[in-house]
Design a protein around this ligand. Structure first.
Ligand SMILES: *Cc1c(COP(=O)(O)O)cnc(C)c1O
Length: 218
C-alpha cells in the first residue's frame, strides 16, 4: 500500500469531527508531498530542527504541529510559524512560548499534555497540576498563548482495556475542565497508529498517525 491509499483508508475510519495529523517525523519531503497531493494539510513532527527545515522547504499552506517533547530553549525556532504545540508539559515551557509568541506578534495554540500512561518515562501534567495551573495568576496573564485542549499518550501495551481506561480518564478530565474553567477547550488529541480507533471511540477529536500512513520508521 502506498501513502495515498493509506490516507484514504484511514479517512474511511474517522468521523467528520476528528482531525487527522499526519506524523511525518524521519520521513523525506517526497513522502510528505505525496500525502499533500491527497489534500492532507496538517503534519506533525517531534524534532525542532526537522520541523524547521521541512517548514522552510515545503508548501506554505501546510499547518505544522509540534507533537513531541519540546525544550524551552528551542521554542524560538518554531514560534514564527508553528500552528499547534501538542506536548506542553511545564509552566516554564508555557512562559517561554508566551514570550516568543509575543516577540512574533502572534498567539500560539497549545495543548496541555496529561500524563495518563503507566510508564514514568512519558511526560505531562497530572490532574491536580492542571487545576493549579489554570488558577495561577501569572498563567492567566499570558496573553499570547491559547490553551485549546489536552493531549495524552496511552501506555504502550496490547491490553486494550488498559488503553481504553487511560483514554477515558483523559476524556473525563477534558469534560471537567470545560465546565470548571474559563479555558475554551475544543481539541482532545489522543490516538496514534496502534490505538486511534479506540481513542475515537473514547472521544478523541484529533489523532496523530505516523507509521500507518508513511510506513514503519527506522
Ligand atoms: C511518533 C508519534 C506519533 C505517531 O506514532 P505512530 O505510532 O507512528 O502513529 C504520535 N504522537 C507522538 C507524540 C509521536 O511522537
Amino acid at each position: 500500500m502506498n501513502i495515498t491509499q493509506n490516507i484514504q483508508k484511514i479517512k474511511t475510519f474517522i468521523p467528520e469531527n476528528v482531525t487527522l495529523v499526519a506524523v511525518s517525523k524521519t520521513k523525506p519531503n517526497t513522502a510528505i508531498l505525496e500525502a499533500y497531493q491527497t489534500g492532507q494539510r496538517i503534519f506533525g513532527e517531534n524534532k525542532v530542527q526537522e520541523l524547521t527545515e521541512k517548514h522552510e522547504s515545503l508548501p506554505k499552506d501546510i499547518e505544522w504541529h509540534m507533537i513531541g517533547h519540546l525544550q524551552s530553549n528551542k521554542v524560538k525556532y518554531i514560534a514564527p510559524f508553528v500552528s499547534l504545540i501538542h506536548g506542553v508539559d511545564s509552566f516554564k515551557l508555557l512562559k517561554e512560548i508566551n514570550k516568543r509568541a509575543l516577540q512574533n506578534e502572534r498567539t500560539i495554540n497549545c495543548l496541555l499534555q496529561v500524563h495518563i500512561a503507566e510508564e514514568e518515562t512519558k511526560f505531562g501534567f497530572d490532574e491536580k497540576e492542571i487545576i493549579e495551573l489554570i488558577d495561577n495568576t501569572e498563567f492567566k496573564a499570558f496573553k499570547n498563548i491559547k490553551i485549546v485542549g489536552l493531549m495524552g499518550m496511552a501506555t504502550y501495551t496490547n491490553d486494550d482495556n488498559q488503553v481504553r481506561k487511560e483514554f477515558k480518564t483523559l476524556k473525563n478530565l477534558f469534560d471537567n475542565l470545560k465546565t470548571l474553567s474559563t479555558l475554551q477547550l475544543t481539541i482532545l488529541s489522543m490516538g496514534m497508529s496502534g490505538d486511534y480507533q479506540l481513542a475515537i471511540e473514547e472521544g478523541s477529536t484529533m489523532i496523530r498517525v505516523g507509521s500507518s500512513i508513511f510506513g514503519e520508521r527506522n
